[in-house]
Design a protein around this ligand. Structure first.
Ligand code: TRP
Length: 378
């Protein structure tokens, strides 16, 4: 063995986890405007948490490609990304505490993902139920390689920015678990190389922060049609940017207790979407309690329950719509945030990739070749 081959750590020092304020990473695939389901399921939690961290928000367009990759889908990424950032800011994310970035603008995560892919097995990924569901949902009979690699790419996102906290919903929890395993495995494997390096090098810190899953076991909001989940593809969503009359129209058409053919028939409140929304968004709990009592006793019509829900939703959405309009009037603002956020993130990720390559010894081999080539030239 040559000196080049055994030198496990290259001249680039391993800087280890980024110091300072712990980082948070979360985000979404760019599929469209945000709705009340996003708010209840993740946005409210993000707004609550984000000032405690240096917060990164990924616009995961490369992840979107694992199930949606037609030229038409890809052409929408820009508009959807801008809408999502606008919605998030309007709902309360503070741009001074938030780094928004476009995943495909940080191509180094692809290298990170590749380097990490030797730390996980195919059966391990095949056991993740959400991936199979996503494949079926996308109309795929067989698992695309990219979709199987979804959690590996997500692990790359997380480890690339040294995120300490990853607040995600239940559907993403298994992916974050893969990221945790990979961080531990990588750090442990590198530990062997470091033992050797220690003899002639100063002590290096481990490369990756092992991220913590921040379980956001928040309620899944049902759709206006009574379906268990509010979703754009089901056409049962109320958007944060819907104007007041549209909210009213959607609420008027909402599914309620089907057994209630008249106002006089006692109704069921539990799992009734109209009351689920009242519970989630009405800022007047006494009003909600009163409506529930009368509904159970068959003493209130659906029309009144819905009118009060429309009023409550519009009280909630008014300030969001106002902020959204003001932000949108500042042309280029959202775009600028995404551009600077992407540059900022890319800088961090390049550093992580360099640390990773150095710790693995990949830098050393090429450095050795360069030295030998240079010596020959003399
Ligand atoms: N998987 C997330 C989704 O369901 C998006 C995502 C990609 C993500 N990379 C991430 C979330 C890193 C948290 C951390 O859309």
């Amino acid at each position: 063995m040559t000196a080049t081959a055994i030198a496990p750590v290259a001249s680039t020092p391993v800087t280890g986890p980024a110091p300072g304020v712990p980082r948070m990473l979360t985000g979404d695939r760019p599929t469209g405007r945000l709705h009340l389901g996003h708010y209840a399921g993740s946005l409210a939690n993000r707004i609550r948490l984000h000032r405690r961290y240096e917060s990164f928000f990924i616009i995961a367009d490369l992840h979107m490609l694992t199930t949606k990759n037609s030229p038409e889908d890809i052409a929408q990424i820009g508009r959807h990304a801008a809408d999502m950032v606008l919605d998030s800011l309007a709902a309360g994310l503070d741009p001074a505490h938030s780094v928004f970035y476009l995943q495909s603008g940080v191509p180094e995560v692809a290298e990170l993902s590749l380097l990490l892919s030797s730390l996980v097995t195919v059966p391990r990924l095949q056991r993740i139920p959400s991936l199979k569901e996503m494949g079926q949902h996308a109309g795929q009979r067989e698992m695309p390689l990219a979709l199987l690699g979804y959690p590996v790419l997500q692990a790359a996102d997380i480890l690339a920015v040294q995120a300490a906290a990853v607040p995600v919903g239940r559907d993403n929890a298994a992916h974050v678990e893969v990221a945790r395993e990979m961080a531990r495995r990588f750090n442990r494997r590198v530990e062997v190389a470091r033992e050797m390096a220690r003899r002639f090098n100063r002590r290096y810190g481990p490369v990756f922060t092992v991220p913590a899953l921040v379980p956001a076991d928040v309620p899944v909001l049902p759709g206006t049609d009574g379906n268990a989940k509010m979703s754009k593809s089901l056409g049962n969503a109320i958007y944060l940017s819907d104007p007041p009359d549209e909210v009213a129209a959607k609420v008027r058409r909402m599914y309620t207790d089907p057994a209630r053919t008249r106002a006089g028939v006692p109704g069921t409140v539990e799992a009734n979407p109209v009351f689920v929304y009242h519970d989630a968004f009405n800022d007047r709990p006494a009003e909600v309690a009163g409506l529930k009592e009368r509904y159970r006793a068959g003493k209130v019509g659906d029309a009144e329950v819905k009118e009060k829900l429309t009023a409550a939703l519009n009280r909630f959405l008014d300030p969001i719509r106002e902020r959204r309009a003001a932000l949108a009037a500042d042309h280029g603002l959202v775009e600028e945030l995404i551009v600077t956020g992407t540059e900022r993130t890319r800088h961090e990720v390049k550093r992580t990739v360099a640390d990773m390559r150095a710790a693995m010894g990949l830098t050393a081999a090429l450095a050795g070749f360069r030295a030998a080539a240079r010596a020959r030239g003399r």
